[in-house]
Design a protein around this ligand. Structure first.
Ligand SMILES: [Mn+2]
Length: 349
């Protein structure tokens, strides 16, 4: 079982994969044990991974008698994830966050760098504080005193499971549900290429602990509303396929689309991945206009000559090789769209 020190997975995995993650996971677990007070930080535009990981970690902390708080930069907790345990503990930080207590362990989950979460006061030197950085983004800046960064993990929730196992923490059904949510959402239901045998083994262990896979899938996916569907209709109706081999797909939404359908930015979730279901498509770009003259770009790519992360970086963004994005300020949607199309056609040469 999951909390057994003789558990095969940990031993098999440590011999097969690089040892670095196991060492980092043990260090992370030790640091968690050491502090009686934790502050957990999730990233902006929170997704199921950052929220599920935070939720599972918080449950583990409370079970171990820790004082735990949860902070993030989003003004409201995403509706779609209200089912997540301890969602009610979430404290939005609209103003700059004051790091002041040396006795608190500050834990960032799924944040590639310190700017992904709450806004930090300029006068604060983060290196003066005890920061635990748990993440799977390959461009993570390792801003903590302990950095448990495992780029080949499907999700930060997967790393959290490894940390709890490495430290022999008691993984309850509630923790299992939270971590399963994080793993499910970051792998698109255990479907993306980031899904490894380890991901499946860990998920199987969570199911052994009582997680109902079908129930979790319903909780995670039955979130659409009519306004969101109408928005999707607009985006799907204007998909453009281009390139010599018709390998590129692109679609977009402007502010008028949101206003007329009554949909919100969160309703675009899943649209970029949906473009990748078109036959023959290797790269998909989805753009939506945001209030305040900004364009949000989401990119997806299949393994091969194109990298979503490279395209995103050229526009000031970043991410994973297969899924990346950027927020582009002070430029018109049309302008960004033309640049993307030209960039893709250039890549195709
Ligand atoms: Mn993630």
């Amino acid at each position: 079982m999951i909390n057994n020190n003789n558990d095969n997975l940990l031993h098999d995995a440590s011999s097969q994969l690089c040892e670095a993650w196991l060492c980092e996971a043990c260090c992370a677990s030790n640091l968690l044990r050491e502090f009686d007070s934790w502050a957990v930080f999730t990233h902006k535009n929170a997704d199921g991974d950052t929220l599920g990981t935070a939720s599972g970690l918080i449950e583990a902390g409370l079970n171990a008698g820790k004082a735990v708080a949860w902070y993030g930069p989003d003004a409201v907790f995403p509706n779609a994830y209200k089912f997540i345990r301890h969602a009610d503990m979430y404290t939005p930080c609209i103003d700059k966050f004051k790091f002041e207590d040396q006795g608190v362990l500050y834990i960032f989950v799924d944040c590639a760098n310190e700017t992904r979460s709450v806004e930090i006061d300029d006068r604060v030197n983060l290196s003066d504080f005890k920061i635990l950085n748990i993440d799977h983004h390959e461009d993570n800046t390792r801003f903590g005193i302990v950095n448990c960064v495992v780029p080949d993990a499907s999700s930060t929730a997967e790393i959290m499971a490894l940390i709890l196992k490495a430290g022999n923490w008691n993984i309850t059904l509630e923790i299992a549900k939270s971590l399963y949510t994080g793993m499910w959402t970051d792998t698109g239901g255990f479907a993306f290429s980031s899904t490894s045998a380890r991901t499946h083994r860990l998920a199987a262990e969570l199911i052994d602990l009582g997680v109902d896979a079908g129930e979790m899938t319903d909780l995670i996916t039955q979130t659409k509303d009519i306004a969101g569907m109408a928005l999707w209709g607009r985006a799907l109706s204007r998909i453009k396929i281009f390139g010599d081999n018709k390998e590129f797909a692109l679609s977009w939404l402007d502010l008028k689309d949101f206003a007329e359908t009554g949909a919100v930015q969160a309703n675009t979730e899943g649209l970029p991945a949906c473009l990748m279901t078109l036959a023959g498509v290797r790269v998909a770009a989805f753009m939506n206009e945001m209030p305040g003259k900004a364009v949000k770009l989401s990119l997806r790519s299949r393994p091969g000559k194109f990298s979503a992360a490279d395209i995103a970086r050229a526009l000031g963004g970043g991410g994973h090789p297969r899924a990346a994005g950027a927020i582009i300020h002070d430029r018109a949607l049309n302008d960004v769209m033309n640049e993307i199309i030209n960039m893709m056609l250039e890549l195709d040469k």
